[in-house]
Design a protein. Structure first.
Length: 237
């Protein structure tokens, strides 16, 4: 015969401390896995897109800064000085105009980079920030799928200028017919930028060469060209 001893049966549920500890372990594992996924799968894609956008920003800033207006303000015939000697004809830069062109170009590019560059891509939202240009890029862009490109949380991507913009004026000679040539004037612009995304940054150097004018040279192609008004350098052919 069944006898009731009057003692209640114990409930075999997990104690609250054990449940909390188990939840903490599962949360930690999922967090570590998420970080690994971001570091190894998503972050490289974000950096690749950000790097491409950075180069576009630099290229746009340089082309906006070195506009036709700036090229027209510099008279190539005044920039280039003709030297006639017993050995032939030589050419050099006017040092005053050379330095003015070099300084003005660097200053304009730096100013244009400091301004916020508006994007034509609707998937990139721009935000004003005193420490650099910030775009908020949807996570869906990392999939490469057009339908998913605008979906997901937005990741902040910061672009900052690193150091000063370096500019220099260079030349090249193109032969044209017999004993004739064109002296082409180029502005070389080197820009250092830093791309910063959460937990990762990368320095990017962009080099651009922009033709700002040319001059028809009659006679033999000159062997030497005075690049800065002081030292003679060989003209590249």
């Amino acid at each position: 015969m069944f006898r009731y001893n009057g003692r209640p049966r114990k409930n075999r549920l997990f104690p609250s401390k054990s449940a909390f500890f188990l939840s903490f372990i599962l949360f930690s594992i999922s967090s570590v896995f998420s970080l690994w996924l971001v570091d190894n799968r998503i972050e490289p894609s974000i950096m690749s897109i950000a790097e491409t956008k950075t180069r576009e920003i630099a290229f746009q800033a340089i082309n906006d800064a070195i506009s036709e207006e700036m090229a027209e303000m510099m008279d190539i015939k005044k920039l280039i000085i003709i030297h006639e000697t017993s050995e032939g004809v030589g050419y050099s830069f006017n040092p005053e105009l050379y330095n003015k062109l070099d300084a003005e170009a660097g200053s304009r590019v730096q100013r244009f980079l400091d301004y916020r560059v508006h994007s034509e891509d609707d998937t990139l939202d721009e935000s004003a920030d005193n420490n650099g240009i910030i775009y908020y890029m949807p996570l869906g862009m990392t999939t490469g799928n057009t339908l998913l490109a605008s979906l997901g949380p937005k990741i902040p991507v910061r672009f900052e200028t690193v150091g000063n913009v370096a500019t220099s004026v260079t030349t090249s000679v193109e032969e044209s017919g017999i004993n004739n040539s064109y002296l082409e004037i180029h502005l070389e612009v080197k820009v250092n930028l830093k791309v910063i995304i959460p937990s990762l940054s990368k320095d990017i150097v962009t080099n651009n060469s922009i033709k700002i004018g040319d001059l028809f040279l009659h006679g033999d192609v000159p062997e030497y060209y005075n690049g800065d008004g002081n030292n003679a350098v060989m003209i590249p052919r």
